[in-house]
Design a protein around this ligand. Structure first.
Ligand SMILES: [Zn+2]
Length: 242
């Protein structure tokens, strides 16, 4: 069955990538992010494939062939940037409207990561060809290259070390929203399934009416007035059922 999405961890094997530093090699960080997204998208019921799931080398022709042959609708190619700058950016094909790339960068921004720009680039002297092979050679598969930040910039290093999972998750969220898959509830349930059992039960019993509102505040303390009102409601409900 062809997947909806193929995720491409950049580089691999003898090619460590450029966005490396003393904390990570780009090929490893890209693989971590990609495996996380693979797991999350699978959990959300979205068919997904990886171009590599271990530290193997893929030439650009092999990599783009895997992407083309997957017949996926979309490809997310994960990278860490280097060479001066700060923040994430996404790159789409010159033949794409850029909407998915824009949504992905918006979601990454919402996690608190700095963002630069969404862009596309042509091959010099060939205004009809993409500069990046992941756009130029991947056929009908719409590819977005995601650069999560810079491996040689202090703040980005700290943020990526601490928050790479949030950035990876932001892409999952963007994909769900863009493709109309339900995201919020499944994700929350998945995060801490047990935490929602109580509010969901009280919701089915008609004691809590704003289920989503309660879920939003699941880790917040409850003021005395709300606790007492809730107990009052439960007490009344029990009396009704007598
Ligand atoms: Zn790279």
């Amino acid at each position: 069955m062809k997947p909806l999405i193929i995720i491409d961890p950049g580089h691999g094997g003898k090619d460590p990538g450029g966005g490396s530093n003393e904390y990570w090699l780009e090929k490893d960080m890209a693989l971590e992010i990609s495996k996380y997204q693979y797991k999350r998208l699978s959990e959300l019921g979205i068919s997904v494939q990886l171009t590599r799931n271990n530290d193997m080398y893929l030439s650009s022709s092999k990599r783009s062939k895997i992407v083309r042959d997957s017949e996926a609708k979309y490809c997310i190619s994960n990278h860490i940037n280097a060479g001066g700058g700060q923040g994430a950016e996404t790159i789409h094909s010159i033949h794409s409207d850029g909407k998915l790339a824009t949504k992905i960068l918006d979601k990454i921004r919402q996690t608190g990561q700095k963002t630069r720009r969404v862009f596309s680039k042509t091959l010099s002297h060939s205004p009809n060809l993409d500069y990046y092979f992941m756009h130029r050679e991947t056929g009908n598969v719409e590819t977005v290259i995601v650069e999560y930040g810079f491996a040689d910039q202090k703040e980005d290093i700290d943020r990526i070390l601490k928050h790479w999972k949030d950035y990876a998750e932001a892409v999952v969220k963007a994909i769900c929203e863009y493709m109309g898959y339900s995201y919020e509830n499944i994700h929350k349930m998945d995060e801490d399934r047990w935490k929602y059992a109580g509010v969901e039960y009280l919701h089915t019993k008609g004691i809590l009416n704003d289920l989503e509102g309660w879920k939003e505040k699941i880790n917040e303390p409850m003021p005395v007035w709300a606790t007492t009102l809730l107990l009052k409601k439960i007490f009344e409900k029990l009396k009704e059922e007598d």
